[in-house]
Design a protein. Structure first.
Length: 318
C-alpha cells in the first residue's frame, strides 16, 4: 500500500458562523470559528458541506470520548494535514460484549468539547444511540482475516461493531482523511481492510492515517481505561511496556520466539497482572502469528489484565 500523500494545511478559515446551530460552547478566538457541535445528522451534514464547499480537506478523528493526550495528538496530526478537523464522540454499544464496561465507560462530553475547542477543532459530532442506530437498523459489516485472532478471538463480534460504526461515521462526515492511533493496531488493520474492500473514497484506504502510540512518561500507553487502575495497579502496569521492550530486544537478537514470549508472560504475572489474554509476534500486514522473525516486519501485540482492567499495547519488531 503506497504511503498517504501529505497535504499542506490551508491557512484560511471561513468567517461565516453557523449561527442557526449555536451551542453554549461556541465563541470566536482571534477571529476564527471554533468547534460547532452537532447532535443530529442533518445538522452535521450542513456543517460539513459548509466547510467543504471550497474544496477544503477534512480530517476525521473518531473517538469514544474521555479524551486524553493520545486523542489530542490525533487531532493535532489532522490539523497538520487537513484544512479542518472533525471529531466524533460516540460510545458504540455494538463493539462491547456481555460483561464488558459499556455502562462504566467514562463519559464527559462537556470537558471533551472544551479540549477540542482549545485544539481548534471545527466540528464535534456527538450523536446518541438512537441517531446512530435508528429503529429498524439491521446492517452489520464483518471483516474477516485481520479481525480473527488477538482481540477478535477474545471479544467475538467486537470488530463487526467497530467496522459498522466506522463505516457509518465515514459516510456521515465524508472526510478526505481519517486518523487512528496505532495502539489499537488490529482495529486500524480492520478499518483499512473495510475501506479497501468496500471501495470507499471518503476516505480512501490510503488516506486512513495511523499515528504512533502516545505514552505516559513511564512508557504506559495512554488509554481512557487507565483511569480504572488503582494506584497499586498503575504502578505495576508499567511492567507491560518495559517487558515488551526487553522481549523485542531478545527476539531481534535471534532468541527463540516461543520461549521469549513465555518468559514475558511470566514476568507480567509476577508483577501483579492477573492474566495475559495473548502475547503474539504478528506479521505487520496480515497480523498472522509468526514463530520466527526471519527478516519480516512484525509487531509484538499484547493484551493483559490487571485489577480488572484490560490493557492492550503493541510495538514494532524488525
Amino acid at each position: 500500500m503506497p504511503p498517504p500523500q501529505r497535504l499542506p494545511c490551508r491557512l484560511h478559515h471561513k468567517a461565516k458562523r453557523l449561527s442557526q446551530h449555536h451551542h453554549p460552547l461556541h465563541h470566536d478566538i482571534q477571529g476564527e470559528k471554533t468547534v460547532q457541535t452537532a447532535y443530529t445528522l442533518d445538522v452535521l451534514r450542513k456543517q460539513i458541506d459548509t466547510l467543504a464547499a471550497d474544496g477544503s480537506t477534512i480530517g476525521l478523528v473518531p473517538t469514544m470520548g474521555a479524551l486524553h493526550d493520545g486523542h489530542l495528538t490525533l487531532v493535532r496530526r489532522a490539523r497538520e494535514m487537513c484544512d479542518h478537523v472533525a471529531v466524533s464522540i460516540f460510545v458504540n454499544p455494538t463493539q462491547f460484549g456481555p460483561g464488558e464496561d459499556l455502562d462504566a465507560y467514562p463519559r464527559q462530553l462537556e470537558a471533551d468539547a472544551a479540549m477540542l475547542e482549545a485544539e481548534g477543532t471545527a466540528v464535534l459530532w456527538a450523536p446518541n444511540v438512537a441517531a446512530m442506530y435508528p429503529d429498524g437498523f439491521v446492517t452489520n459489516i464483518s471483516v474477516t482475516g485481520v479481525s480473527e485472532g488477538l482481540c477478535g478471538a477474545d471479544r467475538p463480534g467486537h470488530f463487526d461493531g467497530v467496522a459498522t460504526v466506522v463505516c457509518k461515521l465515514f459516510n456521515q462526515v465524508r472526510p478526505t482523511h481519517a486518523f487512528f492511533g496505532e495502539k489499537d493496531f488490529q482495529q486500524l488493520a480492520v478499518i483499512r481492510a473495510m475501506a479497501r474492500d468496500l471501495d470507499l473514497t471518503h476516505p480512501h484506504a490510503r488516506s486512513i492515517i495511523g499515528v504512533p502510540t502516545v505514552r505516559e512518561a513511564d512508557g504506559l500507553a495512554m488509554s481512557s481505561r487507565n483511569r480504572y487502575l488503582s494506584d497499586k495497579d498503575r504502578g505495576a502496569a508499567v511492567t507491560l511496556p518495559r517487558a515488551m521492550k526487553a522481549a523485542i530486544t531478545r527476539i531481534e537478537a535471534g532468541d527463540d520466539v516461543a520461549a521469549t514470549l513465555m518468559a514475558f508472560q511470566d514476568e507480567l504475572i509476577g508483577a501483579g497482572f492477573t492474566s495475559v489474554d495473548y502475547a503474539t509476534l504478528a506479521d505487520s500486514a496480515s497480523l498472522a502469528p509468526l514463530a520466527a522473525l526471519e527478516g519480516r516486519t512484525a509487531r509484538l501485540i499484547v493484551a493483559a489484565r490487571i485489577g480488572g482492567t484490560r490493557l492492550i499495547d503493541n510495538m514494532p519488531v524488525s
